[in-house]
Design a protein around this ligand. Structure first.
Ligand code: MRU
Length: 354
């Protein structure tokens, strides 16, 4: 199973809405198809969305150029509009916005160097491939730093972990962030077991995390979300580890709805709570978690499970896709550049200035 592939000017994405029962791939040859794949969560997870959006910009540039746009200013204006429309699809996952900004910066640099739209399009493809490849290397470094940090904290024993949503291979270019750490521990024979929350409403934990860990022979036990605190207490969970969608300058972290509640339970039980994320998930333009926009999704995601009604069809619903964990509840944030212990405004600022 490969989350994302770029082949012959086509982005091939594994349709995650069909997992685990079917392995179906969507072939996106236009930026609109990529936007659609992101919006229905066929491709999801902050880093994977960023990579997909970068390829969407390549497809958009090729389309504008094929439409006969010779003028660089008109080409850029159209590309900017498309980038804004892609960014709007998932407002919380900042890697999407980060990747789009990086692509538009490449456009600016190429146009400042006097390149034509055709040449800019070629440069954009190189940039998207770089973003994709970089993510593989980033995941590798996060997993190394993370495994070391967790083993150090727990006194070098086999660890029992708990995770939420999917911050794995299906959410990134390769091994994942939080699940990259899990994989590294398993490789070192230091993993006892991972408990995976099912993650209502869309069941990323049940459908994706449990599936990808099981496929790799990693000991995983699926639980429903309301079991997490009890499992932490009774199954001797050594640490909770999750991914992130956006991290503010003070370390407050937006991640899949339910993460905040887990952090409260972990604090109460004295279980260290870790966030694993690339530095591109930081949005230091936001001082505190309260500033992070929270995506709200279709109410039927709550009224139904996999299309099957479980509530009255017009019952009132609230469906925030993410919540914010205050930095006080986080033991450390693990990045590809190292570990931020006890994240707070000072420690995060220091990390980014060194
Ligand atoms: O709505 P999703 O499935 O895109 O939410 C994903 C998460 O919340 C992940 O934990 C996060 O993006 C980190 S992925 C490495």
């Amino acid at each position: 199973m490969k989350t994302l592939r770029w082949e012959n000017k086509t982005l091939i994405v594994l349709d995650q809405t069909k997992l685990p029962s079917e392995e179906v791939y969507r072939r996106c040859t236009s930026w609109r198809e990529v936007r659609e794949a992101i919006s229905v969560l066929a491709v999801r997870g902050a880093p994977a969305i960023g990579i997909a959006a970068a390829y969407a910009v390549v497809l958009a540039a090729a389309e504008i150029q094929a439409g006969g746009s010779e003028k660089t200013t008109a080409f850029i204006a159209e590309l900017e509009e498309i980038a804004a429309s892609l960014a709007a699809v998932r407002p919380t996952a900042v890697n999407l916005h980060w990747a789009l900004r990086r692509m538009m910066k490449a456009v600016e640099a190429e146009s400042a160097a006097g390149r034509t739209p055709a040449q800019i399009t070629t440069a954009l493809e190189r940039e998207a491939v770089r973003i994709h490849k970089d993510d593989i290397a980033i995941n590798g470094r996060i997993s190394k730093f993370g495994a070391e940090a967790l083993l150090e904290e727990a006194g070098r024993k086999r660890l029992t972990l708990l995770t939420h949503c999917n911050a794995g291979a299906l959410a990134t270019a390769e091994i994942g962030t939080a699940l990259g750490v899990v994989r590294a521990l398993h490789e070192q024979n230091c993993l006892e077991r991972v408990y995976a929350d099912e993650t209502r409403p869309l069941l990323q934990g049940a459908r994706l995390t449990a599936t990808e860990l099981y496929a790799d022979g990693i000991p995983v036990t699926l639980i429903t979300d309301n079991m997490a605190a009890w499992v932490m207490k009774t199954k001797k969970v050594d640490a909770v580890i999750v991914g992130a969608d956006r991290i503010a300058a003070n370390g407050d972290t937006a991640n899949k709805i339910g993460t905040y509640g887990l952090s409260i339970a972990a604090k109460e039980l004295g279980v260290p709570f870790y966030v694993a994320a690339p530095t591109s998930t930081f949005d230091v333009s936001m001082q505190r978690g309260e500033e992070i926009p929270i995506e709200e999704r279709n109410h039927d995601e709550v009224r139904q499970i996999q299309g099957v009604p479980v509530a009255l069809k017009d019952i009132a619903v609230f469906n925030p896709a993410f919540d914010v964990t205050p930095h006080e509840n986080i033991r450390a944030i693990i990045t590809e550049r190292g570990v931020i212990e006890a994240p707070a405004p000072e420690s995060v600022a220091k990390f980014f200035t060194v």
